[in-house]
Design a protein around this ligand. Structure first.
Ligand code: RIB
Length: 303
């Protein structure tokens, strides 16, 4: 496969603490276990796409510390082009509490991710222009995101935005997005309509009216609801026993890009992306090794 994907986004080290229940205000609790994983929404998307066979270039920033070095090596070992990643300050960290029922609470230290500028993105203009897809999330400053969208939009590079963590997006920006992949909360904040399963269509319609090409709402074990102009519907996900839901949305977006590049029909691409995200939740950490059977050329639909 020679599908080119540019990821503009965040790179973190995830410091994961396993707890019985997420700590409450004023409480001190003991943890059951601790892990250090590679993370960051951008890096998670990039790792999924690269593991599925795409040619991925990353535009972002890590620190000049040991974590930054390790994070870069991790991306490079998976074939990701890191020449557009700069080094500055301290590497981003996510302090993650993982509860026994697979829920999480995340405390973010943006570190070097906050140093990604529009100028840096402009300096990598050709990477975005020569890519088939641009993958974005919202853990880096908005001017960098806006610049990436402006470049991609002007060069027919398709744009996927995972609007996480939740952040307001201007109508002008939304009008250039080809695929938007919010979860329940993000859909609610972007559409301004309180989440209601029966009114998913109305909330999606509102975003389509702003010019988004296709809205895909990720609903965890309930699957995904998509609305693409004249087509819409609820698509199922495989039943999995979740262990850690961290990174599932990132894996979804990374897989979606690869599937669309491989020529999958939209509905098939969504089911496939849900399936890969479903695998990720069965593993600890946001960047598990994805088994060969999920490669586009080996993947078998359950239907
Ligand atoms: O989406 C999951 C990611 O969010 C984690 O890997 C963590 O780094 C935070 O950025």
């Amino acid at each position: 496969m020679s599908s080119k994907i540019a990821v503009v986004g965040s790179i973190n080290i995830d410091l994961v603490y396993e707890v019985d229940e997420i700590v409450q205000e004023g409480q001190t609790i003991s943890t059951r276990d601790h892990h250090l994983f590679f993370g960051g929404k951008g890096a998670n998307q990039a790792m999924t796409a690269a593991q599925l066979g795409a040619d991925v270039t990353f535009i972002g920033s890590v620190g000049t510390d040991g974590y930054g070095e390790q994070a870069l090596l991790n991306l490079q070992r998976n074939g990701i082009d890191t020449s557009s990643i700069r080094k500055d300050g301290l590497t981003g960290q996510a302090i993650i509490q993982l509860s026994s029922d697979a829920e999480n609470a995340i405390l973010l230290f943006a570190g070097a991710n906050h140093n990604v500028t529009a100028e840096q993105v402009e300096a990598s203009r050709t990477v975005i222009e020569e890519s088939d897809f641009l993958l974005l999330q919202l853990e880096i400053p908005m001017p960098a995101i806006e610049k990436a969208i402006e470049i991609a939009h002007g060069s027919q590079t398709k744009i996927i935005v995972n609007p996480a963590p939740s952040h307001a997006l201007s109508d002008q920006l939304l009008s250039k997005v080809d695929y938007l992949t919010p979860n329940r909360t993000e859909l609610e904040s972007l559409s301004g309509i309180p989440f209601n399963e029966d009114e998913l269509h109305i909330a999606c319609q509102k975003l389509i009216e702003k010019g988004v090409g296709c809205v895909i709402v990720t609903l965890g074990k309930q699957g995904s609801y998509y609305f693409s102009g004249n087509k819409y519907g609820l698509l199922p996900s495989n039943k999995m026993i979740p262990v850690d839901t961290t990174g599932a949305g990132d894996a979804f977006s990374g897989t979606l890009a690869v599937a669309l590049l491989e020529g999958f029909a939209l509905e098939d691409a969504i089911v496939y992306a849900s399936d890969v995200a479903g695998f990720v939740v069965t593993q600890k950490g946001a960047q598990p090794e994805i088994p060969e059977k999920y490669r586009t050329n080996q993947y078998k639909f359950a239907y």
